[in-house]
Write a protein that binds this ligand. Structure first.
Ligand SMILES: *Cc1c(COP(=O)(O)O)cnc(C)c1O
Length: 403
C-alpha cells in the first residue's frame, strides 16, 4: 500500500497553516491543556497539580457520588446508548421523565432536552423564526444564539450590551414590522458575569409584542430559588416565553433544554433540527441529570449554592482589595481585566507555572483590547485554595504590572 502524502503539504489546504501562523503572530494561538483525572478544584493539568479556577462546574457535581451512582445504575439497566433520534425510537421513558422534572423545577408547562446548550439555542431560534421575522439581540449574547439567528435567516438587530434604551429605540423603529419578533438575551453573560436587565426587557417585549427568550446557561443552579435561574431571581415568571438552560455547567453532565408552553415544545418536536436529526442522550446522561435536579431541589442543593456564593463573595473581595479590575461581574464568573491579549496570555502562563489555572480569553471570544483572565470559583473550593490562589495572583499580577 502506498504511503499517503502528508495532508499538511496539500496546496488546497495551505490556508489552514497560514491562518495558524497569523494567530501565532497575534499571540492568539493556543494548544489544548489536558486534564488528567477528575474535574475538581485541585486538578492535574498537563501533568501539573493546579488550583482550578477555569471550570463551569459550579456546584462540583461532575464528581458527585449520587450522580455517579445514577449514571452507573442507568448503564446497567438501559445500556450505553439510545440508538436513535428522538422522533424515531430514541425517546426512552427516562428522557420524558427528565423533561417533566425540569418543567416542574422551572415552573413551566413543558420542556424539551437537546444534546447540548449550544444546539438548544441554535436549534430553537432557527426553528421558530424565518426570513420575514425580526430578532433583537444583546451584543454579548452567546455564539450559539448568534448562530441560531443566522440560521433562521431573519433580520438581526443588535442592541448595546444591557442597554434597555437602545433596545427600546430599535423596537420603536421597527414597531410596524410585519413578521414575528424575538427579543433575546443571555440571563448571565458568560465572559463578564453580569446579569441581564430582564424585567425591563420583558416590559419592552410586552409593549412591542415580541417573543421573549432567555438563555440561562450560567444561572441555572446558580441564581434564583434552588438555582431556578434569572427568571426566578428577577421575578419574571410568566413573562418569558422561552427559557433555555444547560445541563453541562452547574448540572455537571451534558445537554441543554428549552422550557416554555406545551405548544412551543410540541412545535420544537416537529421543527427543531437537532431534535429531529441528531441522536438523543445516552440513558446515563439522562439519569445523571435527574439526580442533579433532585439534588438541587433538596437542602443539600441549597447548601451547595450557599457555599458557591460565599466562596464567590470571599474571592471577589480578595481580588478587589488587591487592586484587580473585575469588570462588572455580579456572579461567580469573575473576569480579571488585562486589556492587551499578549499580556493576558503571558499572565495566564506564569500563573500556571506557579500552580494556578486561570485561562486567558482574547478576541474573538471577547472584543479586541478587552482580553482578560476568566475565573470561576465553585462550591467545592476550600477557603485555603482561594487564599493560595489570591497569593499567586498578587505575586504574578505585580510582576506583570497588572496591579
Ligand atoms: C456554555 C453556554 C452555552 C452552551 O451550553 P453547552 O451545554 O455547553 O453546549 C449556551 N449559552 C451560554 C450563555 C453558555 O455560556
Amino acid at each position: 500500500m502506498a504511503t499517503p502524502s502528508p495532508i499538511s503539504t496539500r496546496p488546497q489546504t495551505q490556508y489552514f497553516r497560514d491562518a495558524i501562523e497569523d494567530l501565532k503572530a497575534q499571540h492568539l494561538h493556543f494548544r489544548l491543556r489536558i486534564l488528567d483525572g477528575e474535574q475538581k478544584p485541585i486538578a492535574t493539568v498537563d501533568g501539573k497539580e493546579v488550583i482550578n479556577l477555569s471550570s463551569n462546574n459550579y456546584l462540583g457535581l461532575t464528581t458527585h457520588p449520587t450522580l455517579r451512582r445514577a449514571a452507573i445504575d442507568a448503564i446497567r439497566k438501559y445500556g450505553v446508548g439510545s440508538g436513535a433520534v428522538r422522533t424515531i425510537v430514541g425517546t426512552m421513558k427516562i428522557h420524558m421523565e427528565l423533561e417533566e422534572q425540569i418543567a416542574r423545577f422551572k415552573g413551566t408547562e413543558a420542556c424539551v432536552v437537546f444534546q447540548s446548550g449550544f444546539t438548544a439555542n441554535s436549534g430553537t431560534v432557527s426553528a421558530i423564526l424565518g426570513k420575514e421575522d425580526l430578532i433583537v439581540s444583546d451584543e454579548l449574547n452567546h455564539a450559539s444564539i448568534i448562530d441560531g439567528c443566522r440560521l433562521s435567516k431573519a433580520t438581526i438587530k443588535v442592541f448595546k450590551h444591557k442597554d434597555v434604551a437602545d433596545c427600546g429605540r430599535i423596537l420603536e423603529e421597527t414597531k410596524d414590522w410585519n413578521g414575528h419578533k424575538l427579543l433575546i438575551t443571555d440571563g448571565v453573560f458568560s465572559m463578564d458575569g453580569d446579569i441581564a436587565p430582564l424585567p425591563q426587557l420583558c416590559d419592552l417585549a410586552e409593549k412591542y409584542n415580541c417573543i421573549m427568550m432567555v438563555d440561562d446557561a450560567h444561572s441555572s443552579g446558580v441564581l434564583g430559588c434552588n438555582g431556578r435561574g434569572t427568571v426566578d431571581h428577577l421575578g419574571c415568571h410568566g413573562r418569558v416565553d422561552i427559557q433555555v438552560g444547560t445541563l453541562s455547567k452547574a448540572i455537571g453532565s451534558i445537554g441543554g433544554y428549552v422550557c416554555g408552553s406545551r405548544d412551543l415544545i410540541d412545535f420544537l418536536y416537529h421543527r427543531g433540527r437537532p431534535f429531529l436529526f441528531s441522536t438523543s442522550h445516552p440513558p446515563s446522561v439522562t439519569a445523571t441529570c435527574q439526580a442533579a435536579f433532585a439534588l438541587l431541589d433538596s437542602t443539600a442543593g441549597e447548601k451547595l449554592i450557599k457555599r458557591l456564593w460565599s466562596n464567590t463573595k470571599f474571592f471577589k473581595r480578595k481580588l478587589k482589595r488587591l487592586g484587580f479590575d473585575t469588570g462588572k461581574s455580579e456572579t461567580p464568573i469573575t473576569p480579571i481585566m488585562v486589556g492587551d491579549a499578549a499580556k493576558a496570555f503571558e499572565f495566564s502562563r506564569q500563573l500556571f507555572d506557579e500552580g494556578l489555572l486561570a485561562l486567558a480569553i482574547g478576541y474573538p471570544t471577547v472584543a479586541q483590547g478587552k482580553a482578560r483572565l476568566r475565573t470561576i470559583v465553585t462550591a467545592t473550593h476550600k477557603r485555603a485554595d482561594l487564599e493560595r490562589a489570591a497569593e499567586i495572583l498578587e505575586r504574578v499580577g505585580k510582576r506583570l504590572e497588572v496591579i
